[in-house]
Design a protein around this ligand. Structure first.
Ligand SMILES: C[S@@+](CC[C@H](N)C(=O)[O-])C[C@H]1O[C@@H](n2cnc3c(N)ncnc32)[C@H](O)[C@@H]1O
Length: 273
């Protein structure tokens, strides 16, 4: 049983539109409820990442997992030479494509980030947010290898993910957080420590240039307003209030993020090939 999002004639095309609120992946549930910014550090961390990575007019940008196209639009505001999104969820790819201008240098394709089908060295920038954490270790590495392959020498790779802090956190705490997150968002969640993110990037050949951390405040009121605007945040809260199954899930997610807040952060990293 889903929530009707008033006046949204695209609602049925949202990813996961045919799934039950009590079972669906947390990010698509949040999207059904009206949330559009689905990454742990929010829009502020995204803006910081795009500035750190200095996306500009000469760049050929590949975005892994654009989701609902929020970062794609921010990237296009910087008028890069080209933009290519690669998203494995066909509904999300279609949604993103709908957000973007119809231009020959802008495209979105359906496929896995670990095998984009793009030629070697076509990108000067690769960006991916909130997508590595949900992939198992082997896929994380394959996705990073693919970023490395499609980047030309000197190209930049920007990621924005979940991190567990500090670097020397015990295996027990880490295991607890993974289990709690996976149970709350119904997606396998395997965040890494900042040191582990760095090592993984270095293991595929990247040189890490910049690491930033921020609180994981995805469902806190101030962050909701910052990410979705006041009206968007109110719409989201109204939709949560109107759907019991969805509300249960959202409250569980919020409790989980809150309980583990001392060890759970958002992280952005810029690495260079
Ligand atoms: C939590 S959402 C984040 C969406 C968007 N990047 C954002 O930050 O708002 C995760 C997205 O990653 C996509 N995704 C996960 N693993 C992927 C993979 N291996 N290849 C391509 N897309 C992937 C999902 O389909 C979904 O759109």
């Amino acid at each position: 049983m889903g929530v009707m999002i008033a006046k949204n004639d695209q609602a049925e095309r949202l990813p996961g539109h045919d799934l039950r609120a009590d079972k669906m992946p947390g990010h698509w549930l949040l999207a059904r409820l009206g949330k559009r910014v689905l990454r742990p550090g929010g829009i502020a961390m995204t803006r910081g990442l795009l500035a750190d990575i200095s996306v500009g007019r000469d760049d050929d940008v590949v975005e892994f997992a654009p989701g609902l196209g929020v970062t794609a639009r921010l990237i296009l505001q910087r008028t890069p030479h080209s933009y290519t999104g690669v998203e494995r969820d066909s509904a999300a790819a279609a949604w993103t494509a709908q957000q973007l201008p119809v231009q020959p240098n802008v495209s979105v394709s359906i496929g896995p980030a670990e095998a984009t089908g793009l030629a070697d060295g076509v990108a000067t920038v690769v960006v991916g947010e909130a997508m590595l954490s949900m992939n198992p270790s082997e896929h994380k590495q394959q996705i990073m290898q693919e970023a490395y392959r499609v980047l030309h020498q000197g190209g930049r790779y920007g990621i924005h993910e979940l991190a567990i802090v500090p670097d020397d956190v015990s295996a027990h705490v880490k295991g607890d957080i993974e289990a709690a997150l996976s149970s709350a968002i119904h997606v396998g969640a395997r965040p890494l420590t900042p040191g582990e993110w760095r090592s993984l990037l270095e293991s595929v050949g990247f040189h890490v240039e910049c690491i930033r951390l921020a609180p994981m405040n995805l469902l806190r009121p101030a962050r909701l307003v910052a990410d979705e605007g006041l009206l968007g945040a109110l719409r989201f809260l109204r939709n949560v209030a109107m759907d019991r199954d969805a509300r249960r899930r959202v409250l569980k997610m919020r409790r989980t993020f809150h309980k583990h807040r001392a060890h759970l952060n958002a992280i952005s990293i810029v690495a260079r090939k």
